[in-house]
Design a protein around this ligand. Structure first.
Ligand SMILES: C[S@@+](CC[C@H](N)C(=O)[O-])C[C@H]1O[C@@H](n2cnc3c(N)ncnc32)[C@H](O)[C@@H]1O
Length: 195
């Protein structure tokens, strides 16, 4: 199932996953973002706003973009004033050099070719701006229970080294990289790349 159809179906119950998603970050994402006060942040694949809302509370000016209208509608229910845009990560509807930070948490698992999104992120970042991406170690899409039955949303596995190389090939400078682990296995790659 495509992400827009799948996440529209999953939207109503999605906030129940907040702690589960947090567990893949183990509090290591926020310190990498640094002081976000007054920063213009584009949260791509923002979903129901798990991170977008925290960043707004810290004084950032967040734009939340997602292909799923229903996920963004859930976000709006929690905070009416947040700026939301229904759109595709691969064709960002913003002018060149608009944002200080582009954030994409648990997004690229849904992109067959993340380079297309990275290229767009580069374009909409200000010079010196940062792209912050998380890459979950997921080989098979999980079954998600929805009011309409159990669904699986199309997803793709990306090797951490390949993500790093792809960013570097697009002229990003890798500023930080962390592999979050459970025991010996990596569960999530967090990468910060500067334009
Ligand atoms: C696993 S959720 C993560 C939500 C949020 N970033 C978080 O960390 O809680 C992935 C989100 O990416 C969105 N998404 C998937 N493909 C997308 C695309 N091509 N463009 C924009 N959003 C997309 C989905 O609709 C969904 O809301």
């Amino acid at each position: 199932m495509t992400p827009s159809t799948g996440y529209d179906l999953a939207a109503r119950d999605y906030d129940k996953k907040e702690k589960y998603l947090d567990s893949f970050e183990k509090n290591r994402l926020a310190p990498l973002l640094g002081d976000v006060a007054d920063k213009r942040i584009l949260d791509v694949g923002a979903g129901t706003g798990r991170l977008a809302l925290r960043l707004e509370k810290l004084g950032a000016r967040v734009t939340a973009l997602d292909v799923s209208e229903k996920m963004l509608a859930e976000l709006k229910k929690k905070y009416k004033k947040i700026v939301t845009v229904v759109g595709d990560a691969e064709i960002l509807p913003f002018a060149d050099r608009t944002f200080d930070i582009v954030l994409a948490a648990f997004l690229i698992v849904h992109l067959k070719d993340p380079a297309r999104f990275f290229d767009e992120a580069y374009r909409v970042l200000k010079d010196g701006g940062r792209l912050v991406v998380t890459n979950i170690n997921q080989k098979e899409p999980p079954a998600i229970a929805t009011g309409e039955g159990t669904i699986k949303i199309e997803s793709f596995y990306h090797r951490p080294a390949k993500i790093r190389q792809t960013l570097e090939a697009l002229a990003f400078a890798i500023e930080a990289e962390e592999l979050v682990k459970e025991g010996d296995a990596w569960v999530n790659q967090i990468i910060v790349a500067r334009k």
